[in-house]
Design a protein around this ligand. Structure first.
Ligand code: FES
Length: 188
C-alpha cells in the first residue's frame, strides 16, 4: 500500500531542505564566530586593567624555536606582540620597496634592530579599529604583501609590519625591545 503525505513520511525534498538549512546555519554560525573573534580584542583589552599583568613591564622571549618563515604571538602588557623570523628573501623584498609606494613611509631598517635584520617585533593590533590581524599561524592568510592580513576590513601589512592597503592608516607599531643575545629578546 502506498504511503500518502498525510502519514508524515512522504515529504519529497524534506531531507534536502534540512541539509540546506543546516548548511546555512553553519555558515551563519561561522560568520558570527569570525565576527566575534575579530572584535573581541578591544573589548577584552578595555575590560582588563589586570594589575598583575600590567606589572609585568617586560618579558623575555626565547627565539630558538622560531624557524625562518615562522611567527609567534606573545602577550606583553595585555597586548598581542607578533614576533616574526623572516627569511632572507622576505627581508630583501621589503627593503626593495620604494618609500613612495608606502601609505605610511618608513624604512624597514628603522623598524628592526641592526644586526638582527631577520627579526621583526610588532604590536599585533590593526591600526584601523583594533582587530588582531592574521598571519602568524601557519594556516593563516598573510595577505597580498606576505606579512599580515586584517579580515575586519581588509587591511594588509608587509613583512616589516608596514601598511600596504588600508583602511588602516599607519604601520603596526614597534614596541620597545632589545636583543639580550642572538636567541633572546626582552620586550618592554
Ligand atoms: S580593524 Fe583592521 S582593517 Fe579595520
Amino acid at each position: 500500500m502506498a504511503h500518502s503525505p498525510a502519514n508524515g513520511h512522504a515529504h519529497p525534498g524534506h531531507s534536502a531542505d534540512v541539509t540546506k538549512r543546516d548548511l546555512l546555519q553553519l555558515i551563519a554560525g561561522a560568520g558570527a564566530a569570525i565576527g566575534a573573534g575579530a572584535i573581541a580584542w578591544p573589548l577584552i583589552d578595555s575590560m582588563n586593567p589586570a594589575k598583575d599583568v600590567l606589572a609585568l613591564s617586560s618579558i623575555d622571549v626565547d627565539l630558538k624555536p622560531v624557524v625562518a618563515g615562522q611567527g609567534i604571538t606573545v602577550v606583553w602588557q595585555g597586548k598581542p606582540i607578533f614576533v616574526r623570523h623572516r627569511t632572507p628573501e622576505e627581508t630583501k623584498d621589503v627593503r626593495a620597496t620604494k618609500l613612495g609606494d608606502l601609505l605610511d613611509p618608513e624604512t624597514d631598517q628603522a623598524r628592526v634592530k641592526a644586526g638582527h635584520d631577520d627579526w621583526v617585533v610588532l604590536v599585533g593590533i590593526c591600526t584601523h579599529l583594533g582587530c588582531v590581524p592574521l598571519g602568524n599561524k601557519p594556516s593563516d592568510p598573510r595577505g597580498d604583501y606576505g606579512g599580515w592580513f586584517c579580515p575586519c576590513h581588509g587591511s594588509a601589512y608587509d613583512v616589516s609590519g608596514r601598511v600596504r592597503r588600508g583602511p588602516a592608516p599607519t604601520n603596526l607599531p614597534v614596541p620597545p625591545y632589545a636583543f639580550e643575545s642572538d636567541t633572546k629578546i626582552k620586550i618592554g
